[in-house]
Design a protein around this ligand. Structure first.
Ligand SMILES: Nc1ncnc2c1ncn2[C@@H]1O[C@H](COP(=O)(O)OP(=O)(O)O)[C@@H](O)[C@H]1O
Ligand SMILES: [Mg+2]
Length: 220
């Protein structure tokens, strides 16, 4: 799986999964390991990642669960993603950097699609227009039981908990959505058992990267 889907020289890795699965924890580790190799790495996240998209993030992740309908969310998420791609991701890939993104388009497929009921044909049409050929080269899906993940997320005690506050059934649909997406596009996806120690997970993720990007195994 060494093919680059976008037109550029960089590498694009996305981390996906439910609340508390350890995405942000593992992103930090992988970014520092890549930087230790002397690579230029842009660590970023969604929703957000550019100033305009971060302003939208604040509207999306705070407040009451019912504040936005799934359709409004989907359009706001893709408005934010469009700005993030234009201002941060594509310029980084164009100059050959590695981009490591904490959540990307599969979170829209899961949260607004599988979880919220927005139709897949509509999501794919918007994705084709906004993300187009800037698809991730590798998607790491962090998978674990919903309840344990929500418990971890709650232990953070932050205020960005609008999605956490949706019910258990919603989070089960998300988990299923991520796994079905990974099964449907197997070449670019790695599902990681996230219900283990931070160190064991980090080792598996590094192995997945080394398989996906053979250049990591050469020298450096
Ligand atoms: N493998 C793990 N085992 C136990 N706790 C973890 C693990 N990974 C992360 N955590 C903790 O769980 C919480 C959620 O992790 P985080 O990386 O923020 O998850 P996410 O970004 O997927 O929501 C944090 O407090 C983090 O320190
Ligand atoms: Mg996180």
């Amino acid at each position: 799986m060494s093919t680059s889907f976008h037109h550029s020289r960089g590498r694009f890795i996305a981390f996906e999964g439910g609340e508390g699965a350890g995405k942000s924890t593992q992103v930090r580790t992988i970014v520092s390991r890549l930087r230790d190799r002397g690579l230029e790495v842009v660590q970023t996240r969604e929703p957000g990642g550019s100033p305009g998209a971060e302003a939208l993030r604040n509207l999306l992740v705070t407040g009451d669960a019912g504040r936005w309908s799934p359709m409004s969310e989907l359009l706001m998420m893709y408005a934010a993603r469009s700005d993030h791609l234009e201002k941060i991701i594509r310029p980084a890939l164009d100059r050959g950097a590695w981009v490591v993104c904490d959540r990307f388009a599969d979170s829209s497929r899961a949260y607004q699609g599988a979880g919220g009921g927005v139709g897949p044909y509509f999501i794919e049409a918007v994705d084709a227009a906004v993300v187009a050929d800037t698809q991730p080269d590798l998607v790491v899906v962090m998978d674990m039981p919903v309840e344990a993940g929500l418990k971890r997320a709650a232990s953070r005690g932050d205020t960005e908990n609008r999605f956490e506050s949706k019910g258990a059934a919603f989070h089960e649909r998300l988990r299923d959505g991520f796994l079905r997406r990974a099964a449907a596009v197997p070449g670019r996806y790695r599902v990681i058992d996230a219900d283990r120690t931070i160190e064991a997970i980090a080792a598996d993720i590094w192995t997945a990267l080394a398989e996906a990007f053979p250049e990591l195994s050469h020298g450096g």
